[in-house]
Every structure is written in structure tokens, then in C-alpha cells.
Design a protein around this ligand. Sequence first.
Ligand SMILES: C[S@@+](CC[C@H](N)C(=O)[O-])C[C@H]1O[C@@H](n2cnc3c(N)ncnc32)[C@H](O)[C@@H]1O
Length: 237
Amino acid sequence: MGDRKDWLEWHGPYDDPGSPLSARLAAVQEEIRRALPAAPAEPFRVVGVCAGQGRDLIPVLAERGDLAGRVRARLVELDPRNAALARRAAETAALSCVDIVEGDASYVGAYAGYVPADLVLLCGVFGNIPDADIFHTIACTPQLVAHRGIVIWTRNRRAPDLTPAIRRAFAGAGFREEAFLAPEGSLWSVGVARFEGRSAPADPAEKLFTFQDEPSPDGGRAAVRGSDVAAQGSTGT
Ligand SMILES: C[S@@+](CC[C@H](N)C(=O)[O-])C[C@H]1O[C@@H](n2cnc3c(N)ncnc32)[C@H](O)[C@@H]1O
């Protein structure tokens, strides 16, 4: 077995404004901007699943000083180096409303107190878990998202492109699609779906997915097929 994927290194292309990962980030940030409310009466709740360094949410919240005290966000990230960078970014932006948990994001219990959320970020997840786990996670999203809440998700479109099935699965779980961004010439995509159903009671023991972050015994070919396109440098992106 080889080394585990280095999830700190994965974030490297974000520092290159011309990278596909940066283009995807800009699209996600724009959708977060759209999802944030003008002036919510109740605290607006956000959860970030496998949040990495929080590069999507934290800078956008930092733009919205008017939301101080009106947002409660929980970002869950397993890699302590990424969690520390996210924490530092939140502190630098004086965002005490962002709670960064270094832990396993794959259990519904990781979001206790923050769900049902008004905004759920599932970015950089669906390209790194087995197909069956993608659909299980989508089926469980009613435990995470509030009625009329938004889910922002990402997934590569490398063949076989799973995004049509993912979009159907969100529809089947009670979501109405608000946007699906899949620019020509790129392999990334960003989906935005609004939950029209009723939230389900959160079961803290519910396991959503298992991350595939180890190269497979076939020398990594299966891992590359399944991994998030944005993490793969120049591979088709
Ligand atoms: C592809 S990166 C995406 C990061 C971020 N969401 C983004 O789009 O910039 C996946 C992240 O998931 C983290 N991760 C992997 N398994 C995890 C788990 N079980 N719980 C929480 N985070 C996990 C990795 O450390 C990594 O930072």
C-alpha cells in the first residue's frame, strides 16, 4: 500500500489563480454569496463537510460584516494541518461565528447543534468517496438541511460522468436544482440545490460515507478514476 493522499498538498493549486481548482473555488464562492441572506431574523446555519482549509466559506463570510452575530457555521475537517489553517483564517477575519472541528465529517453527529442547516457545503467530497456513498449521502441530506435550505456540491465529470445521476438523486431526495455549473473545456462542476422537503431527525450515528484517500493496490489507477478532478493537477482540467 502506498502513502495516503496528502490533503494539505491537495490545496496547493488554490494558490495559482489560473488553476481549475481556483476556477471551481470562484464558482463555489459565488454560489455561497448568493445563498447568504440579506438580514436573517434567525441565525443562519452553515455546515461544511470535509471543509479542508475553509477557503470557500471563510473569505465570503469575511465580506459580510453585516452578518456578524447572525451566522453560525461548523466546518468539519480531519487533517489537523488543514483544520489549523482554517481556524487561523477564521481568526484573521475575526469570524468567531465559524466553529472549526478537527474530526470525522462522515457522521451526522459531527454537525450536532448546527443542523438542520440553511447552507450545506459538500465540496470536494463526491469525487473522493465510492459511488454508493455519494447516493447514500444525498439520501441522508434531509438530516442535514433545513426546509428551503441550500446544498452546494461539486463533482468531476470524468467519464463515466456521474453528475446526471447525482442531479437526479438530489431531485429524488426533495431538492429543486437552482444551478448546475459545468463550463465547457473543464471537468469540474458545481451544483446548487434547494431543499423543498421536510428535514428528517438527525441520527448522530448515521455514517454518510467513507473517504477513499489511499492509493489502490492497482497502482492508483482506480483512485485516479474516483478522485476529485480538481486535485489532479493538469489531468484534463
Ligand atoms: C478534496 S478536499 C476538499 C476540501 C474543501 N472542501 C475544498 O473543496 O476546498 C477533501 C478534504 O476532506 C478531508 N477529509 C478526508 N476524510 C475526511 C473525514 N472522514 N472527515 C473530515 N474530513 C475529511 C481531507 O483532509 C481534505 O481536506
